[in-house]
Design a protein around this ligand. Structure first.
Ligand SMILES: [Zn+2]
Length: 376
């Protein structure tokens, strides 16, 4: 998820806003200020239409934020740490640093979002009920927000993974069968099926226009279907990847064949001596047999090219005390979680104070590709 900027932290969770949100914000504001309010409530001033449109959009945005926050807080209370949440065109994506460890935890976390949206819908309906004869613009806005939040809850309860309903569905399968992998496979397949049904429904609407629906609704439905299908397929691949790494330990997947350079080498010597000739992207830095740090292409890129001849590797490496380290018999999935948590792409494997190997994301990807090509 690139192209997002930080909104700040709420309850210790980093919230980010994807740029597509601005598109949806403008679209929603226009549809309220231009279409929905003027056609339902003629006679307001232009200014009032726009003010109510903007306020409704902002409250809609806050509703989605609350939905995601509900997932996160319930998740955290059940031992699933949430690192950040990115709000994008269809809602939000929580970046979990690990998957739920039990079916019950997953069920609670998944159900929390739609439950929150339903509660918000009820609250807005109450506001509508109390103001409908007195403050009509507020009542109009509250009615729209009640409707949107109820729709959001219902849409998210569709039982296709990775929608909330799909997660609920998987947790129930998981509880019943006791098999996490198979439950994920079934839930993601249902997710893909729902996606295809939406696409088919969209196409039928475009060509047959039943119930007075227009081609635009059809296009929109097909687009959501396409999005769902892709999301389900990519969650399936992610689950497969986790499944393939399950049970492997650090010493089984680490590479012991990595270049070691002294910290006094300059960046240009390193680039010419190692990177040009063998395309390595990760180095251990060691002096007199003791590892002092790790150097990656990322560190090198932080130095402007004209200074490469003057800067030594020791100045820009990640020092060993700042590195996360792995133990030889540690579970690879745990190591991957720690890599995600601390945003690093490699971890040295240390045994009895000595570095005996290196685990890199590239290596893991290569391993998985080879295994899947051989079908094992
Ligand atoms: Zn949700």
């Amino acid at each position: 998820m690139g192209n997002a900027f930080n909104l700040g932290k709420i309850f210790g969770i980093q919230f980010r806003l994807h740029y597509t949100w601005f598109i949806i914000f403008v679209l929603i504001t226009f549809s309220f200020s231009w279409l929905i309010f003027p056609s339902g409530y003629p006679g307001w001033t232009q200014l009032l239409y726009w003010v109510m449109g903007v306020v409704t959009s902002l409250l809609f945005f806050a509703s989605i934020l609350a939905h995601e926050l509900a997932h996160s807080l319930v998740g955290r209370a059940n031992g699933i740490p949430i690192k950040s949440i990115t709000l994008f065109i269809f809602g939000g994506v929580a970046q979990m640093t690990r998957e739920a460890r039990s079916a019950g935890a997953e069920l609670k976390m998944a159900a929390a979002g739609p439950a929150c949206s339903l509660a918000i819908a009820g609250l807005f309906y109450l506001v509508f009920f109390l103001t409908q004869n007195t403050i009509v613009p507020v009542a109009a806005m509250a009615f729209q927000l009640a409707y949107i939040n109820a729709a959001l809850a219902i849409f998210n309860l569709i039982p296709g993974f990775p929608l909330d309903g799909g997660r609920v569905f998987r947790s129930i399968l998981w509880r019943v069968t006791g098999n996490y992998k198979r439950s994920t496979r079934i839930a993601t397949r249902v997710g893909e099926g729902v996606g295809y049904l939406f696409i088919l429904g969209g196409i039928l609407i475009i060509f047959l226009r039943p119930l007075g629906l227009d081609w635009f609704s059809g296009l929109w439905l097909a687009f959501i279907g396409w999005f769902l299908k892709n999301a389900a397929s990519s969650s399936y691949r992610q689950a497969q990847w986790r499944g393939a790494l399950r049970g492997l330990t650090a010493s089984q997947v680490m590479t012991s064949n990595y270049p070691v350079v002294p910290s006094s080498v300059t960046v240009s010597q390193l680039v010419q001596g190692y990177i040009f000739t063998n395309g390595r992207g990760c180095f251990l830095v060691a002096d007199e047999g003791r590892v002092t740090g790790v150097l990656t292409l990322h560190n090198i890129k932080s130095v402007p090219q004209p200074n490469w001849g003057m800067v030594q590797v020791g100045e820009i490496m990640t020092p060993v005390d700042k590195l996360k380290i792995a133990h030889p018999d540690q579970d690879v999935l745990i190591i991957l979680e720690q890599m995600d948590e601390s945003n690093v792409n490699q971890m040295p494997v240390v045994s009895e104070g000595r570095v005996i190997g290196l685990i890199t994301r590239d290596n893991l990807i290569r391993l998985l590709r080879t295994r899947s090509e051989l079908g094992v």
